[in-house]
Design a protein around this ligand. Structure first.
Ligand code: CUA
Length: 295
C-alpha cells in the first residue's frame, strides 16, 4: 500500500485541477462579457434574455451534478484506500488520549507521547479516550481521527521512510490542548524489534532516585514496571529516559530539564494535571537522574 497521505494528496490535486478549470471557465466568460458588452461598444437596446431555454437549464443543472458525482466517487475510493481496505494490518497498537498526553500500548508494553512503528508496515491504531474528546493527527502518515471516550476508532498508519514524524491533538480538549504533541518514530523492522524488546524489559533497581520516587506521591499516578509503582493516571515511566520529550512536547528530555519539570510542572505546562511534589534539592537531583536513566 502507499502512505494514506499520498492518497489524500492525489485526491486534493485532482479536485484542485477540476476547481481550477471551472475557475478559468467562469472568470474567462466574465472577462469576455465585460469586454464584449462594455458601454462604449453597446449603448442601445435591451440585452438578450434566456427565459424558458430548456436546453440551457438542463445543461447547467446536469454539468455540476456530473462533476460532483465524479468527485464523490473519487472521494469514496480514497476513503476506502486510506482506511486500509484490502490490506490487513501487520500490527495493532492501542492509543488512548488523556488530558494532555498520549498512551500507546503494545502487547505488554506501555509508552507515552512517542509512538514507534516499523516502516513499510500497515499499522492499525485502536483509538479511544480516557476523558474528553481528542483527535489523533500525524499529517504525513495518515488521516485525522477522533478519540472518543467509550468508543474505539480505527486509524491506519503507514510510513514509507524511516524518520521522525510530528503530529498534534486536533480537537480542543482543554487548557493544554496545544501541548499535546505526538511524535511517531518510524524505524526499520530490526531497529523497531530492538526498541520493543528494550521497552519490554523491567526498570533497573537500586538507585537513590528510585527510593525517593517510590517514597513519594509520584507512584499515585505513574507506573514503573518492576517496582511497586503502578499508577495509571499519568504516563508509564518504565522507559521514560528513552523518550525525546517531556510533557508531550514542552521540553527536550535530559537531566537538567527533567529536574526543572519535576520542580515546577506548572511553569512549563500551565494547567497540567501533574502537581509539583515538594522535594529537597538533593531528592530532585536524584529523581531526575533516575528517570532519565530509565532508557
Ligand atoms: Cu487532546 Cu486536544
Amino acid at each position: 500500500m502507499r502512505p494514506p497521505a499520498d492518497a489524500i494528496a492525489t485526491l486534493s490535486l485532482i479536485v484542485g485541477a477540476i476547481a481550477l478549470l471551472i475557475f478559468i471557465g467562469v472568470e474567462g466568460a466574465l472577462v469576455y462579457a465585460i469586454w464584449r458588452y462594455r458601454a462604449a461598444r453597446h449603448v442601445a437596446g435591451e440585452p438578450a434574455t434566456f427565459e424558458r431555454n430548456r436546453r440551457l437549464e438542463i445543461a447547467w443543472t446536469a454539468a455540476p451534478a456530473v462533476i460532483l458525482a465524479v468527485v464523490f466517487v473519487l472521494t469514496l475510493g480514497t476513503m476506502a484506500e486510506i482506511n486500509g481496505a484490502g490490506v490487513a494490518p501487520a500490527m495493532r497498537i492501542a492509543a488512548t488520549g488523556h488530558q494532555w498526553w498520549w498512551e500507546f500500548s503494545y502487547a505488554g508494553v506501555a509508552t507515552a507521547n512517542e509512538l514507534h512503528i516499523p516502516v513499510d508496515t500497515p499499522v492499525d491504531l485502536e483509538l479511544t479516550s480516557a476523558d474528553v474528546i481528542h483527535s489523533f493527527w500525524v499529517p504525513e502518515l495518515g488521516p485525522k481521527m477522533d478519540m472518543l471516550p467509550g468508543v474505539t476508532n480505527r486509524l491506519r498508519l503507514f510510513a514509507r521512510r524511516a524518520g521522525s514524524y510530528d503530529g498534534q491533538c486536533a480537537e480542543f480538549c482543554g487548557i493544554e490542548h496545544a501541548w499535546m504533541r505526538i511524535r511517531v518514530v518510524a524505524q526499520s523492522r530490526a531497529e523497531f524489534d530492538t526498541w520493543l524488546s528494550a521497552q519490554a524489559a523491567p526498570a533497573p533497581h537500586g538507585s537513590e532516585g528510585e527510593r525517593v520516587f517510590l517514597a513519594n506521591i509520584c507512584v499515585n499516578c505513574h507506573a514503573v514496571r518492576g517496582t511497586s509503582a503502578a499508577g495509571t493516571a499519568g504516563p508509564d515511566l518504565t522507559h521514560v529516559g528513552a523518550r525525546t520529550m517531556i510533557g508531550a512536547g514542552v521540553l527536550p528530555n535530559d537531566v537538567a530539564r527533567m529536574r526543572a519539570w519535576l520542580a515546577d510542572p506548572e511553569r512549563y505546562k500551565p494547567g497540567t494535571l501533574m502537581p509539583s511534589v515538594p522535594l529537597s534539592d538533593a531528592d530532585l537531583d536524584a529523581v531526575a537522574a533516575y528517570l532519565v536513566s530509565l532508557r
